[in-house]
Design a protein around this ligand. Structure first.
Ligand code: NAD
Length: 490
């Protein structure tokens, strides 16, 4: 029988208090890698209690000492990079090169969180009135939690965790039940740093565990990343319970191509954006909008590149694209492609039902290009989260920007051009929180906020960078006056 995963609570690995387990499946081979528990509310309560107890002492540890654990963690993550990447490929399907790049981004967030001694500094004003001073200090919140999606099992928890603990909070991680093995390994590395028990806890599970996080009174802040319907639900329920909350949701990212864009570079970058990680990135290009004379040359080049992409098991050399996460996801993507065709789109390259030699049972979809997608069709508005690129055509950049802004999403929008004026207009007018100019995956570095807008984000402060330090602290303002004590003799 496959190994049954445990939770990590109060510095120890322990059985979940449930008999409900799900298989964790390698999507390329369908091998069962492990079984993950669907932990009930009692396990979240145990983690919250441990974290609340640990908070009492952890918040008093000087910030310079707190970040020493993060420096150690960075070293451990770097030393175990290959093992972490391999684990991601096995459970999530992406290529090992993609998995390594993902973990590199996680490590960068640990590095940025080590700036906490500077970032936690407050403000002081002397003499706001005669003899009165006022100061603002940043204090931790208490117990915080992250609820993660399946597509970046190693990176996404690091948009939050290192900042939270550097700020003096204690933490509960709830990985996606589809990919729990990467965070198990991360937790084993965290354990090696010698962090005090209860500072970081890991509880596996699905909806019951999420609901317990949203309802537990000791949990003060929740960070969520996943699909928009669940993001909205988490945002509403956590906020109604008085919690601070940030929820990053889904996307439908357009790439606009002007006739003056470089064909070879644009094609290569668009391919990587649309089909990298099998299109399962919240920053994947999913609509390509050609403007004016860009239509013909770019359509031809993109079709050739899509057909040439090497699909297979992500651990094998030369593979450029792995499977999607599971059979349900593959079937959902197939249905959306069929629906798009019914709505009038032409399958320029059809990636349905591929045969991948040696991996016939894997959850594969090949790169798919749908031409002449109508802006009002469902395929133009629904997040596919698979390797499907819809192609549209307009006559002017103004029409293209109107198309970007007409959608409900706002995670990313990109422009390919050699015109600075067009780039500036796009940067200024496009309604999306992450903008790429001749960039296909405009993923902010760890020291910038991951800035989704509209239906792609619910909340105020985003993950990473300065926003993270603000999210994980509450400000306290002190107004003080001291009377001279003339009677004291020194
Ligand atoms: P998902 O919404 O299905 O799951 C995310 C988390 O929510 C998981 O931990 C899951 O256990 C939990 N969950 C699922 N259904 C729930 C429910 N009904 N009630 C309570 N909790 C529930 O998302 P996913 O399929 O794991 O991830 C893919 C989605 O995440 C895509 O929409 C993608 O765009 C989005 N995503 C967004 C970003 C971003 O930064 N905006 C980054 C990565 C992924």
């Amino acid at each position: 029988m496959a190994e049954r995963l445990q939770n990590y609570i109060n510095g120890a690995w322990c059985e979940a208090s449930t008999a409900d387990y799900l298989d964790v499946v390698n999507p390329a081979t369908t091998e069962v890698l492990a079984q993950v528990p669907l932990s009930p509310a009692a396990d979240i309560a145990a983690a919250a209690e441990a974290a609340a107890t640990a908070f009492k002492t952890w918040r008093r540890v000087p910030v310079g000492d707190r970040i020493q654990y993060l420096f150690t963690l960075k070293g451990l993550m770097t030393d175990h990079l290959d093992e972490l990447a391999r684990t991601i490929t096995l459970e999530c399907g992406k290529t090992v090169a993609e998995a390594k790049a993902e973990m590199q981004r996680a490590i960068e967030n640990v590095e940025v969180a080590c700036s906490a001694p500077l970032m936690l500094q407050g403000d002081v004003s002397e003499d706001i009135a005669r003899g009165i001073d006022e100061l603002m200090i940043r204090q931790p919140l208490g117990v915080c939690a992250a609820i993660a999606p399946f597509n970046f099992p190693g990176m996404i928890p690091f948009w939050f965790l290192p900042y939270a603990i550097a700020c003096g909070n204690t933490y509960i991680l709830k990985p996606s039940e589809k990919v729990p093995l990467t965070l198990r390994l991360v937790m084993q590395l965290i354990e090696q740093t010698g962090l005090p028990p209860g500072v970081v806890n890991l509880v596996n599970g699905a909806k019951d565990a999420v609901d317990a996080i949203l309802d537990h009174s000791a949990i003060r802040a929740v960070s969520f990343v996943g699909s928009s319907p669940v993001a909205k639900y988490v945002y509403g329920r956590a906020a109604a319970n008085g919690k601070r909350v940030q929820c990053q949701g889904g996307a439908k990212n357009p790439i606009i191509v002007l006739p003056d864009a470089d064909v070879a570079m644009t094609t290569r970058i668009t391919m990587d954006s649309a089909f990298g990680c099998a299109g399962q990135r919240c920053l994947a290009a999913s609509l390509m909008v050609t403007v004016g004379k860009a239509k013909e040359p770019f359509t031809e080049a993109i079709a050739e590149a899509a057909k040439a992409r090497v699909v297979g098991f992500g651990l094998e050399d030369g593979v450029q694209m792995g499977p999607v996460i599971n059979d349900q996801s593959r079937d959902r993507i197939h249905d959306l492609i069929a629906q798009g065709i019914e709505e009038g789109a032409k399958p320029l390259v059809d990636g349905r039902n591929p045969s991948v030699s040696g991996y016939e049972r894997g959850s594969f979809v090949r790169p798919t290009l749908l031409q002449d997608v109508r802006p009002d069709s469902r395929i133009a508005q629904t997040e596919v989260f698979g390797p499907v690129l819809g192609m549209l055509h307009v006559d002017t950049i103004d029409e293209a920007i109107a198309l970007v802004n007409g959608g409900q999403w706002g995670n990313m929008a990109c422009l390919f051009t050699s015109s600075g004026a067009a780039a500036r207009q796009f940067r200024y007018e496009a309604e999306a929180g992450n903008i790429g100019i001749n960039i296909g995956v405009a993923a902010p570095m760890a020291f910038f906020p991951f800035s989704g807008w509209k239906e792609s984000f619910f909340g105020d402060l985003h993950g990473q960078g300065r926003h993270a330090f603000e999210f994980f602290t509450q400000t306290k303002v002190v107004v003080e006056r001291w009377f001279p004590d003339w009677s004291r003799q020194f």
